[in-house]
Design a protein around this ligand. Sequence first.
Ligand code: CTP
Length: 129
Amino acid sequence: MRVITFGTFDVFHVGHLNILESARQKGTHLTVGVSSDALNLAKKGRLPIYAQQDRLRIIEALSCVDAVFVEESLELKSKYLRDYEADILVMGNDWEGKFDQFKSICEVAYLPRTPSISTTETIEIIKNL
Ligand code: CTP
C-alpha cells in the first residue's frame, strides 16, 4: 500500500513528524510532495523560512519517509498521485473535504492535526519575543 502526502513542512515541528509517522503507518511506502518556494510565494504571499532544498532534505532524512519530490503546482495533484502510484492520499484534518475530488484516483484520508502547533504560530511567537 503506497501512501502520499503533501505540505510545505517549513520550520519543521512535531505536528509535521506526527502526521508523517501516522501517514506511513497507513501503508508500506510513504512519498512526500514538498511544496516549492515559488508555490508558497504564490499561495501565501511570502517565501518559506527554509529554502525548498533544505525542507526536502529534512523530510527525506526521516525514517518514516521513503521518497520525496518537489510539488511545483497545485494543478498537477492528480498527475502526482498517478506518477507516484498512490493508493492512499493522507492530509491533516485542517484539509477535511478539500481533497475528496481525488477519490476517483485513490483513497483519501484526513488524520487528526496535532493541537497547538503550526509553522505560522511559531514564526509569530519568535517575532514577538
Ligand atoms: N499538520 C498537522 N498538525 C499540525 C500542523 C500541521 O498534522 N499541528 C499537518 C498538516 O495538516 C499537513 C502537514 O502537516 O498535512 C503539512 O502542513 P504545513 O502546512 O506544512 O504545516 P503548518 O504548521 O500547518 O504550516 P502553516 O502554519 O504555515 O499553515
